[in-house]
Design a protein around this ligand. Structure first.
Ligand code: SF4
Length: 369
């Protein structure tokens, strides 16, 4: 029987009327597991880091709890429409290729509805994870955030992991009982941009936090029961401050011992103050080999039981056979067990000709386009 003969058009009509707010950014590890993206606030309340272009020109704003919970209800409504179509097609309510094809055959325009596409991908991946946007969800009033989380968990009960971005400075401001309340309401993982543990570099890039505050905020989050995923930025201090950047980053991360440590090598972005510093010769970027030397210092100094990850295309260094030096999966290298292995990989990379590293990076940059 044709799709329309099964009454699909009525569902397409409903799906056309349903949408919800989705922001632009999420960590790569949330894309790989096709997390549901939901916006609880808009843009970044700090918005001053000199290397960051993500929210420039956009004002920060909280979204009212009612607006966010209404969005969650719309996600559930989209899910239910898709499941109804699946059942009518004999697919048992599952999101399959056939269900997607039937819906798009009956309503080509649905492909231009980001809410529909996001929920399809989320259902196809098992509807298990959600990522709350934008840059600092923990800056919401704790009671309001808890209300959002409770509604989310009750309405979308298939979720097994809910995560978000936040800032170390915001974690410092939160009381331990507030953090525990938010954790218990259903937020599992925090993604935090540490960038560097060096106070001079923190000041230069206007991160708005000290290394002591990073340690305090990170420890509070771990103590409250969150999985903490921290991002550091190789080469953020340039050649000038490479060693201090590596040593103090290792010091701060060792003091926090987060669950994940993720490497995000510096890429100067056009339109940022840091880009101008590089262009005007005030900051000198390291070569791929020099970045590996910095990495060697940082990794050697890490005393953690974290997973150390290179899950980004910019972590492209070559091994002696021309392959990638590091695994790029989201779970990375388990420390301390795999620390010797990782140090051995770095030594291998340091023995490789610089041109091979340049080639590896160009190849990954093209692949990630
Ligand atoms: S806190 Fe994060 S999102 Fe905000 S400006 Fe800094 S790096 Fe960008």
């Amino acid at each position: 029987m044709m799709a329309d003969g099964k009454g699909i058009s009525e569902h397409v009509e409903k799906l056309r009327s349903l949408s919800f707010e989705i922001g632009t950014y999420r960590p790569p590890s949330e894309g790989g597991s096709a997390s549901l993206l939901l916006r609880v606030s808009e843009n970044c309340p700090w918005n001053r880091c000199t290397f960051c272009e993500m929210y420039k020109g956009h004002r920060f704003g909280y979204r009212p709890v009612e607006a966010v919970t209404a969005d969650i209800d719309r996600v559930a409504a989209i899910r239910d429409e898709i499941r109804a179509v699946s059942s009518k097609l004999g697919m048992g309510g599952e999101m399959t290729r056939e269900v997607g094809a039937a819906l798009l055959a009956a309503g080509h325009d649905l492909i231009g509805n980001p809410g529909f596409v996001t929920v399809c991908n989320w259902l196809a991946s098992g509807a298990r994870t959600a990522f709350l946007q934008d840059a600092d969800s923990m800056s919401m009033r704790p009671r309001e955030f808890v209300a959002v989380l409770k509604h989310l968990r009750q309405t979308l009960s298939s979720l097994t992991r809910v995560t978000t971005y936040t800032r170390s400075k915001t974690l410092v401001k939160r009381k331990p009982e507030e953090l525990r309340m938010i954790r218990e309401a259903g937020l599992d993982r925090l993604h935090v941009g540490l960038e560097t543990g060096d106070d001079e570099v923190l000041t230069l890039v206007d991160k708005g936090v000290t290394s002591a505050e990073q340690i305090e905020g990170g420890r509070k989050a771990v103590a409250a029961g969150f999985q903490v995923s921290m991002y550091w930025m190789p080469d953020l201090g340039g050649r000038e401050r490479s060693r201090q950047h590596a040593e103090h980053t290792a010091r701060v991360l060792s003091a926090i011992n987060p669950h994940y440590i993720r490497s995000r090598p510096l890429v100067p972005r056009l339109g940022t103050p840091l880009f101008d510093e590089v262009a005007q010769g005030r900051l000198h970027l390291s070569s791929p080999r020099e970045r590996l030397e910095e990495l060697a210092v940082m990794i050697a100094g890490l005393e953690v039981s974290s997973k150390v990850c290179f899950d980004h295309a910019m972590n492209a260094w070559a091994d002696r056979r021309g392959g990638l030096l590091f695994r790029q999966d989201y779970e990375g290298y388990q420390f301390p067990e795999e620390k010797p292995l990782l140090l051995e990989r770095i030594r291998e990379g340091l023995a490789v000709d610089e041109a091979m590293h340049v080639h590896a990076r160009q190849l990954m940059a093209v692949r990630s386009l």
